[in-house]
Write a protein of this length. Structure first.
Lengths: 246, 246
C-alpha cells in the first residue's frame, strides 16, 4: 500500500509520499514514489504514484523515454502546459493498460493505479492533477486544494480541518507530515521514509526536498506533540453527564 | 453505509451505532442498527449490524423468530453462553446466505454483512464478538478490546490512542462519540442520530441508553471542543525548521 498527498495553495505546491511497497505483509519493500522532472527557471513537474508498482513504474519509464527522445508531443519537458502533462500521464497509463491489462485480468489482478501530477511551467500558474487508472483526470480547485492517493482515509480528517488555499507552505508541510503519521500508525503497509517536496509559486525550482527517516528530529517532535496533545485534549473534554443505573 | 463500534472493558460494555442507511446518495434513510434482547437480572444481549440492510434485517428477524418460538437450541434468550449467541448469529447469516446469496450474485450484489454481538449471561463474564458474512466469528481480547464494522477507518485513530481495557465506561462513551463524529464528518452516508448503550459488568440490565440527535447539548460540546482543540494543537506545534530556496 501507499499514501501520497499533494496540495495546491496560493503560496505554491506541497508533495508528500511514503516509501513502502508491499505484496503481502511478508514481502514489504521500500520504493520511492516521487518522480521529479525539472529545468530550473522554466519548469518543475512532480509525479506521485500509488497502486500496482509494475504499472506505475512502467508509466514512469514511458514518460522518461519520451523525455529522453525529446518527443515534442510527448515529453513532459517540452509540452507547454501542466494540463498537457496530465494528459501525457493518462496516455501512458492507457498504453500500459493496453499492453498488460488483459494479462493482469487473466491472473486475477486488478489494473490498479492512480497518480498525482503537479508543478508549474513558465507562462501559467502552478497546477495539480489527479490521474485515474482509466487515464482520465481531474484538477485541484480552490475549494478542494488537495489530492490523496492510496490509503487515504486515516490521514484525511486533519487535512480537512486545517488546510485551505490560504495555508502557507510550512504549515501545509506540517499538516502533510501529521497526515502521513496518522496513516503510518494505522496501516503497517505504509511506512517511512517520507519524501517531502515544497515548491514556491513562480520560483521554477525546488524550495526544499526532505527525505524524512525515523530519526528525523522535527518529525519526531511533531508526531509526539500531536499524540500527547490529542490525549490531553481528550482528557480535558467533559465526560457524559448521564445518570447510570446499576 | 454504517459505522458501529463496541468495546469490552473491565467496567463493562459500550455499544454505539449511527442510523444512516443508503442505497445511493439520493436515497438515504434512517434505520436503527442496534437490537437488544434482555431479561433483567439474568441476561443482556446487544447486536449491531452493518452491510446490506435486507440481509441484516433478515438475520434479526430469524433471531427474533427463534426467541418467540422459545427454541431452546436457537433462542438468544435461552442458550447459556455468549459464545452460543455468536454462533446463532453466524447460523442466521448462513441461513440468509443459503436463501438469498445466489440471487444477489445473479444481480451483481455482493453478500455483504457484518455484525457485532455482545452482552452478558449469568454464569459468565461480559463478552463481545464480531461475526463475518461467512458466519464465522472472533472474540474481543484484552489487547484489542474493541470492534468496528462499516466505515471504520476515519474513527479508528482516536480509539487506538485513548481506549484500553482499563478505560472507564463514561470515558469510553466519550471516545465512541468522538469516533462517530469523525466518521460522520468524513462520510455523508454515516449520520445521526447515534444509538449509545452502556452496560456495567454483572448488573444484568442496561446502565443507560441514549439516542443522540443533532441538538444533543453534550454531543455538541465535545464535538466542537474536539474540533477547536485539534486546530489549536496544530497551531501550537512548531513549523518545519527547513531553509527554503527561492
Amino acid at each position: 500500500m501507499t499514501y501520497c498527498v499533494a496540495m495546491a495553495l496560493n503560496e505554491g505546491l506541497v508533495f508528500a509520499s511514503d516509501s513502502r511497497t508491499n505484496a503481502g505483509v511478508d514481502h514489504i519493500s521500500t520504493y520511492r514514489k516521487m518522480r521529479i522532472w525539472q529545468r530550473p527557471g522554466e519548469r518543475l513537474v512532480v509525479m506521485l504514484s500509488a497502486g500496482n508498482l509494475a504499472i506505475t513504474q512502467e508509466v514512469g519509464a514511458l514518460l522518461d523515454l519520451s523525455v529522453r527522445a525529446e518527443d515534442k508531443h510527448r515529453s513532459l519537458m517540452i509540452v507547454d502546459s501542466m494540463h498537457s502533462c496530465a494528459r501525457l500521464v493518462g496516455n501512458a497509463v492507457r498504453e500500459v493498460h493496453n499492453r498488460d491489462g488483459k494479462h493482469l485480468r487473466e491472473t486475477g489482478v486488478e489494473f490498479n493505479a492512480s497518480l498525482i501530477i503537479g508543478g508549474q511551467i513558465k507562462g501559467e500558474a502552478p497546477r495539480l492533477f489527479l490521474v485515474y487508472a482509466a487515464g482520465n483526470f481531474i484538477e485541484a480547485t480552490p475549494e478542494t486544494p488537495y489530492f490523496q492517493i492510496g490509503e487515504t482515509k486515516y490521514g484525511k480528517p486533519i487535512i480537512d480541518r486545517v488546510v485551505t488555499i490560504e495555508t502557507n507552505l510550512m504549515r501545509a508541510a506540517k499538516c502533510a507530515l501529521l497526515s502521513l503519521d496518522s496513516t503510518v500508525r494505522s496501516n503497517v503497509t505504509v511506512g517511512l521514509p517520507i519524501d517531502l517536496l515544497l515548491y514556491r509559486a513562480d520560483s521554477f525550482h525546488i524550495a526544499t526536498h526532505q527525505l524524512i527517516r525515523e530519526d528525523n528530529a522535527y518529525f519526531n517532535t511533531i508526531r509526539h506533540g500531536w499524540g500527547q496533545g490529542l490525549k490531553d485534549l481528550f482528557q480535558v473534554l467533559p465526560d457524559p453527564p448521564w445518570e447510570m443505573e446499576g
